[in-house]
Design a protein around this ligand. Structure first.
Ligand SMILES: [Zn+2]
Length: 99
């Protein structure tokens, strides 16, 4: 259920905005998932965080992915979505559209 929601959000919101100027975006996205699932090695993490400091695309992906996961977690726990979270997601999406 969480996976479906995640895919829906990606398809409907993010795919329209994601920039593709990172030569290794596919790989970065994969590493990002591993990191957020807490299954990454220290090496992978260090490499990834060094990369997003220089790569705007991956930095945006990181923030969005994190926000989406927070949102899904909140939904699953059936708690109301906090305003601050909704705002930060909207802000991230707006930032992407401005680019
Ligand atoms: Zn990148």
């Amino acid at each position: 259920m969480a996976k479906n929601l995640q895919n829906w959000i990606k398809k409907n919101l993010i795919s329209r905005y994601v920039m593709t100027d990172c030569p290794e975006e596919e790989r970065c996205l994969h590493v990002l998932e591993v990191i957020l699932d807490d299954e990454s090695t220290l090496d992978e993490e260090q490499e990834y965080f060094a990369h997003i400091e220089q790569c705007w695309t991956c930095y945006q992906n990181y923030n969005l992915e994190k926000a989406i996961r927070e949102l899904i977690k909140t939904k699953i726990e059936k708690k109301p979505v906090p305003d601050t979270l909704l705002k930060s997601i909207k802000l991230e999406i707006e930032k992407l559209t401005i680019e």
